[in-house]
Design a protein around this ligand. Structure first.
Ligand SMILES: [Zn+2]
Length: 195
């Protein structure tokens, strides 16, 4: 059973007590993976890929907004520009809360619920062969600066995925796998790091 790394359906309220926010020092959940992600971002080729991807993802979103007849306000444009720097993305990776899911889904590595700014580690997290890559993936879902869906990301990266009628979660899973492959193949991928 293929494990996925995102969940778009809302999680149940409440968080596990174990481990705290992971923001401070002292070993919160996912901290090792967070450090791995931060190390990869120091690679200029990886960061260039991140920034290029952010630009495309914001473009996808803005085009969707324009398609509904709305414009993009100068404030929104500014916020997008502010969130599209190496410093901003690195800061999101460094400071986003990572928690153990209260009711972990066995088939997922990690998730960010819609409009949430918290990464939750799911049931398959301990078996994730690329936790650092999963953390980078989840950061694109973090609301506040980003909040992109897997469909947004797949579109931004030209990664084809199968739409399953009447099954948004399955469609999301397909989009997630499709664009995660692009991340794996990018200079941010696990196999692309210097040993
Ligand atoms: Zn995802």
């Amino acid at each position: 059973m293929g494990s996925n790394c995102v969940l778009e359906i809302p999680d149940s309220p409440g968080f596990s007590g174990g481990g705290g926010s992971g923001n401070g020092g002292g070993g919160g959940p996912g901290d090792k993976a967070r450090q791995d992600a931060l190390d990869r971002l120091k690679n200029k080729l990886c960061m260039d890929w991140i920034l290029k991807t952010l630009a495309k993802a914001f473009e996808v979103r803005n085009n969707e907004i324009r398609a509904t007849g709305y414009g993009i306000s100068p404030e929104v444009k500014q916020a997008q520009a502010d969130a599209s720097t190496a410093k901003a993305f690195t800061n999101v990776v460094a400071t986003t809360k990572i928690q153990n899911a209260t009711n972990p889904r066995p088939d997922y590595y990690a998730s960010v619920s819609p409009a949430s700014d918290i990464v939750k580690l799911e049931g398959a997290w301990k078996d994730d062969p690329d936790q650092g890559g999963t953390i980078i993936h989840e950061m694109f879902h973090v609301e506040g600066p980003y909040g992109f869906t897997d469909m947004d990301m797949a579109k931004a990266l030209n990664a084809p995925y199968k739409v399953v009628p009447n099954d948004p979660q399955k469609t999301t899973d397909n989009a997630s796998v499709a664009w995660h492959k692009k991340l794996e193949d990018s200079p941010c991928g696990k196999d692309k790091q210097k040993k």
